[in-house]
Design a protein. Structure first.
Length: 202
């Protein structure tokens, strides 16, 4: 890894907004579609990094392959709120590519492994709470006579919120890097969300 950093540290690299959007879109579309029993979401995570590594190592195929190869390990989290982990990881990949700090690829694996479980639990709880509320609203609408509008609005609202939460989480993680989780925890936002979920009954 030190060899890879030395090759690129003299020319600062930045992940473009286009590559970030593409990475986020890949995760949104394939997070639950690219499962493998050994890696679960690991394949999709590695696929998500392809546009990122092309920006970070445009002239170094070996460096790109090295990043993808070490990213194809076991990974499993809640896709929307857990997308903050992917944003953090990409921010760290950018630091490695530019030789900033003493970050190595193993540090990214450690961050992902440490955060995927807690964020899966929190994300699943909040996601299920939102889903229950939407089902209650649109079931009542359907039973009141909106037989087509009720189900369609449910699908639109559910997936619209999923996309919104996922994108906000992803770009927040990228902007804040490793500080993202500490900032959210210290702000008490997770506590408020979990309290609300408990009130609903999740």
């Amino acid at each position: 890894m030190s060899e890879v950093v030395s090759k690129v540290s003299s020319t600062p690299q930045k992940v473009s907004k286009k590559a970030l959007n593409k990475a986020c879109h890949i995760w949104l579309e394939f997070a639950n579609a690219g499962y493998a029993w050994i890696r679960l979401m690991g394949n999709t995570y590695a696929q998500m990094l392809i546009p990122v590594v092309h920006d970070l190592y445009p002239d170094d195929k070996d460096a790109r392959n090295a990043v993808i190869a070490r990213s194809m390990d076991f990974y499993n989290t809640e896709p929307a709120f857990g997308n903050i982990i992917n944003g953090i990881a990409i921010s760290m990949e950018e630091q490695i590519a530019n030789g900033e700090g003493a970050i190595a690829g193993d540090d990214i694996t450690t961050i992902r492994t440490s955060l995927m479980g807690p964020l899966a639990g929190i994300g699943d709880t909040i996601h299920n709470t939102i889903n229950i509320i939407l089902i209650a609203i649109f079931t009542d609408m359907t039973l009141s006579g909106a037989y087509l509008a009720g189900p369609l609005l449910y699908i639109i609202c559910r997936w619209g919120l999923f996309i919104l939460i996922s994108r906000v989480s992803f770009f927040y993680g990228y902007r804040k890097g490793g500080e993202a989780i500490a900032e959210i925890i210290s702000s008490g936002r997770f506590d408020d969300l979990i309290t609300a979920a408990n009130i609903v009954g999740c």
